[in-house]
Design a protein around this ligand. Structure first.
Ligand code: DGI
Ligand code: FE
Ligand code: FE
Length: 203
């Protein structure tokens, strides 16, 4: 489906504020993709539609996933139905917007929790969602600057922020959120270890 048609469709599904946020994530995603050498068109499209299922009634989301798309949601997401808008969004993007690119669908599916072994595109959408120009929270400018110097660190910082907030509210933490953070921290430690070991060889 052409982008213009997707935009019109999205406007009918989302509040004005959520639609503006989606355009912000699309633009930020495109910028990050240009900066990190990912595909800017894919990033724009993924950003544009990432929240397409956000305003589907919480009560209906699990049922829709099961009955219409044949997907059984995990128990944490059923208990916290906000978490369903990523997986449901990937289904809607495919069935309504005719998006079939698995990398784009994956970026939409995991944009809330992240996951282990994220593609560069998925990382870009995760962090673009956090730092797009309409976002305002303490520390957003710092996170914006980290996003353009070290994207993995920016995602770790975003996850830390989300996890701390969830803990303060006594909310559940989705295993994908934990796996994503562990994966990035382990990769970071491995990199450091490799650097140290390589350093020693030159001594
Ligand atoms: O859809 P957006 O508002 O643009 O942003 P998002 O898709 O990142 O959703 C953020 C919400 O998701 C926020 O209310 C916190 C919640 N969330 C993120 N990770 C987890 C989570 N909630 C639970 N229970 N567990 C998580 O791991
Ligand atoms: Fe979202
Ligand atoms: Fe979003």
């Amino acid at each position: 489906m052409e982008t213009e048609k997707i935009c019109r469709y999205l406007q009918s599904m989302l509040s004005e504020k959520r639609y503006r946020h989606s355009l912000g994530v699309a633009e930020e995603g495109k910028r990050l993709a240009q900066y990190y050498g990912a595909n800017p068109e894919k990033a724009y499209l993924a950003g544009l539609v990432h929240d397409c299922a956000k305003e589907i009634d919480f009560g209906q989301a699990a049922e829709l996933l099961r009955k219409r798309y044949g997907i059984t949601p995990d128990s944490i997401s059923v208990q916290q139905p906000k978490l369903l808008h990523g997986p449901l969004g990937a289904c809607v993007a495919q069935s309504e917007f005719e998006i079939y690119d698995p990398e784009i669908l994956d970026a939409i599916r995991y944009h809330t929790t992240g996951k282990a072994n994220m593609s560069l595109l998925a990382k870009i959408i995760y962090i673009a969602d956090y730092i797009e120009p309409n976002r305002e929270f303490d520390g957003v400018d710092q996170l914006r600057s980290t996003a353009y110097s070290d994207i993995d660190q920016a995602i770790i910082d975003g996850l830390d922020f989300t996890i701390c907030d969830l803990i303060k509210k006594h909310f559940t933490i989705h295993p994908d959120t934990v796996h994503c953070r562990n994966d990035l921290l382990m990769a970071r430690q491995k990199l450091r270890k490799d650097e140290t070991q390589n350093g020693k060889e030159y001594l």
